[in-house]
Write a protein that binds this ligand. Structure first.
Ligand code: ZN
Length: 330
């Protein structure tokens, strides 16, 4: 995944800081241990000297050199053994005096075998999402704050469910969806008029999924298309980073599809997002006021048919709850 320059620099800074922190902590531990056990400094010196001494073997005859090196080796191992005993005396683990790196794989250098270490890749990803999240105008909601009692419990007819019963089903679906979420979860289309709680529930899912450690990109359709367009036509320096995030994040939530200014670009971009993510088996949640037939008319049949075939469709119905909400808050 490509990232912009600032993200790479910030990641590098954080990794360097991690290394410094680990080294400083280690120095403090060693200083403390030296005061606890003054013998430790002498043993450490003994280890260093045995290594220095072994170099002298270069000027010796082969037999003598082998014997001399063996002696130094024993000296070194004895010192090591005595340090272990000192640690044991204080019930400290054998690796107590070693540096505890944030990432033992790369010892906080960010690179392993000449490639970016996994910790580095994860950090870049986290930083990029943090950055994208800042641009999102939305604040995360919680399931606990969702009020089912705002929905009418009067069924329109005998054979139909009341708006509240329907919402209870949708609410349970969303809770279940969140609890069992992984990157193979199904995609969801939340469909219904404005003010029925689509945004609240999709934001609740996104918030919980983030807490589980997944990468989530949440934004309005308008913002997503605008940013993609700027990136495509070279008006931003993100180097394709945003598009990669939209296509590759663990969960993408597109809020309010249909409110954006429709163009050929948005139409093609939407199909590309839906299609690519289905092919990569990555879940997407789309909320929209549009019906499936309106989606077909405005965008295309190929988009609506992919949604019908692959998405779980949740129909939000009833009356706009925002008015009841504001009356309640007065
Ligand atoms: Zn690493």
């Amino acid at each position: 995944m490509p990232y912009n320059k600032e993200i790479y620099e910030k990641a590098q800074e954080i990794i360097e800081q991690r290394r410094k922190d680990a080294e400083n902590k280690n120095s403090a531990i060693i200083r403390l241990f030296e005061t606890m056990e003054p013998e430790y400094s002498a043993l450490k010196k003994e280890m260093i000297n045995s290594v220095k001494e072994a170099v002298k073997a270069i000027d010796m005859s082969p037999e003598k050199a082998a014997e001399f090196i063996q002696q130094q080796k024993i000296r070194n191992l004895t010192a090591q053994q005595n340090i272990k005993l000192l640690l044991k005396k204080h019930s400290l683990s054998e690796n107590y005096l070693e540096i505890k790196y944030f990432c033992p794989e790369c010892e906080d250098t960010g690179f392993k075998d000449g490639k970016l270490c996994e910790c580095h890749i994860k950090l870049l990803k986290d930083l990029a999402f943090e950055e994208a999240g800042k641009k999102s105008p939305l604040k995360f909601c919680r399931f606990e704050d969702f009020r089912l009692d705002y929905y009418s419990d009067k069924a329109p007819s005998k054979n139909e469910l009341s708006p509240r019963e329907k919402m209870e089903e949708i609410y349970s679906f969303c809770k279940e969806y969140t609890a069992s979420f992984d990157t193979s979860s199904q995609s969801v289309l939340m469909q219904g008029q404005t003010g029925l709680g689509k945004t609240h529930l999709s934001l609740s899912i996104a918030g919980e999924v983030i807490k589980k450690g997944y990468s989530v990109l949440y934004n309005s359709a308008q913002n997503i298309f605008n940013t993609l367009q700027k990136e495509r036509f070279g008006k931003s320096d993100t180097g394709g980073a945003f598009e990669a995030m939209v296509l590759e994040c663990d969960l993408l939530v597109i809020d309010d599809l249909g409110a954006e200014f429709f163009t050929q670009f948005t139409n093609a971009a939407l199909y590309n997002i839906i299609n690519t993510r289905i092919n990569m088996c990555l879940p997407t949640i789309i909320s929209t006021n549009l019906t499936l037939s309106e989606i077909e008319n405005i965008y295309s049949t190929r988009i609506s048919s992919r949604l019908i075939g692959e998405y779980a469709v949740l129909n939000f119905s009833g009356n706009d709850i925002r008015q009841i909400k504001s009356e309640n808050n007065q």
